[in-house]
Every structure is written in C-alpha cells, then in structure tokens.
Design a binder for this molecule. Structure first.
Ligand code: FAD
Length: 401
C-alpha cells in the first residue's frame, strides 16, 4: 500500500547544514522532513575541526577579504545560541574551548604584531598575558609570539545531538540502493521520494526539496541531470595523534602563507587522553602523501614546532576527507554559504560549518520569496517501525587502541 506524506520542505542530508535548517524550519512552524542515508553529522561535519571561524585566519594575508567579512558575524550568532539567546538552543553543547591561539614559531613576530594591532581586528585578537600562556607553550624553549582569538571550538557530536533532539520522529534513514528512490519530472522538478519499509511504500512530496547532502549532492545532481551548479571537491589528508599529556591545544601556527602551517584542535577521549587533530597546510599539502609518509611528515613538524614536548608514546593515524562546495574557478575557497534554486529544489553547500546559520537564512529567503508559508509542524505520524538515522560517533572511532 502507498501512503502520501505531504511536507512543506524535505531536506536531503543530515550534516550541519541540513540539521541547522531542519531545526530552524521546525521552530518556524514549517512541516519539514529530514532524510539521511548514513549517520547524522557523520560526513564532513564530524570530521571538521569544529572551529566557529570569524575569518581571522583568512585575514592574515593583510586585507580583510570578502570571505572574512561574510563570516565575521558567525561567532556572535553561534555564541547567542550557545548562551540560550539565539535562534536555536545550543546551551547543552560542549564547548571544547571558547578561544583559540595563533602562534608563530619565531621570525614573523613584527609582521604579526602590526597586523593584529590593525583597527579591523581590534577586540577580536589579543596578545596573551604571561600568566595566561597555555601549558604546552609554558617552556623556555618557546620563543615565538602568541595571540588569542575569540573564536570557539565545539564538540560537533553534541551540536548534532542538540539539533536533532526531539525531532527524531520527522527523520528517515534512506537507502538509495535498496528501498528509496528519487523521482524526477519532465519539467525539471523533483516529483517525489519513494521509500519502502515493512511492505509499505511512502511517497514523500514537498513544496521544496533542499539538497544538503554535502559530497552526496554531486551524485543527486547527476541523476537529476542538473549541470549547474556543479560541485567541486577539495581533498584534505588530516593527521590524528592520541597522547597522554594534559595538553589540549586549539591553535593555528602561522607561516607567511594564507593557509596556516598547522591548525590543531584537541578532543578528549573516554580513556582520559587527547586526540590532537591537525589540519592546515600539512593536510592540504599531504594529499599527495600516503598515510605513512604523512605521519612521518607530521611527526617532524610537531617536533620542530614543540621540541620540548616528548610525544614518543603517541599513537598516530591519518584521515582523508573532501570538502564539498560549489565549483569555483581555480579551486578557490568559496566566500559564503551557497544556495541556488533549480525547479522545486534548492541546492546548497554551507562551505564552512560556521556558515550553517547563513545557509538557513538563504533557504528561508527562498521559501519566503516563493510564498511558501509554514503549514504547521505537527508530527507526521510516521510509523515507529521506519528506520531512523542515528547520531554519528567521534571522528577518531576505530583508529586507536
Ligand atoms: P556533511 O557534513 O558532509 O553532511 C552531508 C550529509 O548528507 C551526511 O550526513 C551524508 O551522510 C548525507 N548524505 C550524503 N548523500 C546523501 C543522500 N544521497 N541521501 C541522504 N543523505 C545523504 N568548517 C568550519 O567552519 N570550521 C572548521 O573548523 C572546519 N574544519 C574542517 C576540517 C575538515 C577536515 C573539513 C573536511 C572541513 C572543515 N570545515 C570546517 C568545513 C565544514 O566541515 C563543512 O563545510 C560542513 O561540515 C559541511 O556540512 P554539510 O552539512 O554540507 O555536509
């Protein structure tokens, strides 16, 4: 038997973009359904470094670029949510650190000082006082400069859990190879999504289908026959180091390049250790290295930058992950959240986790522009037996003892 499920908006993909939008649309009274084909947050979102950027690292080249300006408002918007005063209640999210550091290993000190004293950055970056130096740098061997940035780092697993809490009954786990199919009409619209479970077929209709499937959006566009927008993938080869030192570090090591030499975030494990997650230039340039070579390179880099810490007992691993974004010339970093209407679909990529609120603004603007008003967010009455997606685990699961 076939059941029709009418929605205002059906969202395909439960990463940060889909989840933020889903929560926001529900709060606005829209009848929204979220479809996910793996785990919630388990794509790029959990593999991100969880930094709520205000764009300062991009401003290092000297000028605040368009990208920097667009993203500059995001930390305050997230902060309001974390404080219970924003559009979404994120008060139970675990804040790993409410600030980050920028450090130079030495040599760039005067350039940094001039840059950080600039008017554009006043109030966003402060020199670190002697008694506030984080433990890992509190060694006579450290000769560089250290600045504090007011950008927080969040535990993304808890962000995902908070965004979905209470809305699980409006989610469906789909399997496009088995029991789910997207139907496209000749007019270029998505006609419906059909899911079969327990011998029943559910035909999901929507006034707008929003694609927030990250890398998976490329495949949907191909099947849909949509050639514009196109997706680009920018690969990274991240490094993970699990160690016993009581040293959480949230910092960018700055070089003369626009990309930080090393960006480290720290994630506590259940056995009271830390996983340092390392990105920046090491992850960009490391795409061409295999895992063993990447580990050798990362060990050398950490030894060079923090020679006074003994990490010889640490466990190392690497993780490859793509950033999925709208195609730009020369694989440049896109400037803001992206949203484009195609038929009754909205094709989106946040381009940064921090820009998820900005993406939801763009979608809401499109809905309002098309006179799609909320029709009420009462539950759909979907049977409990239908498969529901669960929240992802930490990105380092399965890599270490
Ligand atoms: P995803 O998180 O990938 O979510 C897409 C979801 O859609 C997934 O759950 C996937 O399973 C699902 N899906 C895929 N195909 C289908 C389908 N056919 N049907 C149903 N569901 C589907 N940004 C920051 O702001 N700060 C950072 O510190 C930061 N660090 C990063 C570090 C790394 C290593 C990387 C790779 C990116 C980082 N980013 C950061 C960027 C940020 O992670 C991404 O911009 C953001 O997470 C993308 O979110 P998303 O929801 O679009 O994609």
């Amino acid at each position: 038997m076939s059941h029709v499920i009418d929605t205002d908006v059906t969202i395909i993909g439960g990463g940060i973009a889909g989840l933020w939008l889903f929560r926001r649309l529900n709060d606005m009274g829209y009848k929204a359904l979220l479809l996910e084909n793996a785990t919630l947050g388990g794509g790029q979102s959990i593999k991100s470094q969880g930094i709520i950027h205000g764009g300062i690292k991009y401003a290092l080249s000297g000028n605040l670029t368009e990208a920097s300006e667009c993203i500059a408002g995001m930390p305050a918007r997230w902060r309001a949510c974390l404080d219970g005063e924003g559009e979404i209640d994120l008060t139970r999210v675990r804040i790993l650190s409410d600030h980050q550091y920028m450090w130079t290993p030495g040599g760039l000190g005067s350039r940094m000082a001039t840059f950080f004293a600039s008017k554009a950055l006043r109030g966003r970056v402060d020199p670190v006082k002697r008694d506030e130096v984080p433990k890992v740098f509190a060694d006579p061997g450290f000769k560089g400069k250290l600045y504090k940035l007011n950008e927080s780092v969040l535990d993304i697993e808890t962000v995902v859990s908070e965004l979905i809490a209470g809305l699980e009954d409006r989610t469906l786990k789909v399997d496009w190879d088995q029991d789910s199919v997207i139907r496209f009409g000749e007019n270029g619209d998505i006609t419906a999504i059909e899911c079969t479970a327990g011998g029943e077929t559910y035909e999901i209709r929507a006034r707008r289908f929003v694609l927030t499937a990250g890398e998976g959006t490329g495949d949907i566009l191909q099947r849909w026959g949509v050639t514009s927008p196109e997706m680009q993938l920018r690969p990274l080869h991240m490094v993970m180091m699990k160690h016993k030192h009581p040293y959480p570090l949230y910092a960018h090591c700055i070089s003369t390049d626009i990309v930080p030499r090393l960006t480290v975030t720290s994630h506590p494990t259940d056995d009271d250790q830390w996983v340092w997650y390392m990105g920046g230039d090491i992850a960009e340039s490391g795409v061409k290295r295999d895992s063993d070579e990447q580990i050798v390179r990362a060990k050398k880099e950490v030894e060079k930058l923090l020679p006074w810490v003994d990490f010889s007992d640490a466990q190392w691993a690497t993780l490859r992950v793509n950033r999925a974004e709208p195609k730009q010339s020369k694989l440049l970093r896109p400037d803001a959240a992206y949203c484009k209407a195609v038929g009754n679909g909205l094709i989106t990529w946040p381009t940064k986790l921090a820009l998820a609120p900005n993406l939801s603004d763009e979608v809401v603007k499109e809905l309002q522009g098309a006179d799609i008003e909320p029709s009420g967010n009462e539950a759909f009455g979907l049977p409990e037996s239908l498969p529901r997606p669960t929240v992802t685990g930490p990105f380092w699961s399965g890599y270490f003892d």
